[in-house]
Design a protein around this ligand. Structure first.
Ligand code: SF4
Ligand code: SF4
Length: 62
C-alpha cells in the first residue's frame, strides 16, 4: 500500500496541533517517543489540514 501521510519524526516536536485538528482522528502522539504517529491512513481525506497546521512542517500528504 502506498503511503499517504508521511511524518518526519526528526522534525516533529510532539505539539499535538495536528492530532487535535485531524477530522478522521488518525493522528496520535506516541507516549513513549512523544512523536506524531499515524493509525489508519486509508481514512485520510487528503485535505492537508495537518500539513498546514504543523509549526515545523513535519507532515507531508502524498
Ligand atoms: S490530511 Fe486531514 S484526514 Fe489526513 S491526516 Fe491530515 S488532518 Fe487527518
Ligand atoms: S503538528 Fe507537527 S510537530 Fe506537532 S505533533 Fe503534529 S507532526 Fe508533530
Amino acid at each position: 500500500m502506498n503511503k499517504i501521510v508521511i511524518i518526519n519524526e526528526e522534525l516533529c516536536v510532539g505539539c499535538g496541533a495536528c492530532t487535535s485538528l485531524c477530522p478522521k482522528q488518525i493522528l496520535y502522539i506516541d507516549e513513549k517517543s512523544v512523536k506524531c504517529k499515524v493509525s489508519d491512513e486509508s481514512k485520510c481525506d487528503r485535505l492537508r489540514g495537518c500539513e498546514k497546521v504543523c509549526p515545523v512542517s513535519a507532515i507531508k500528504i502524498v
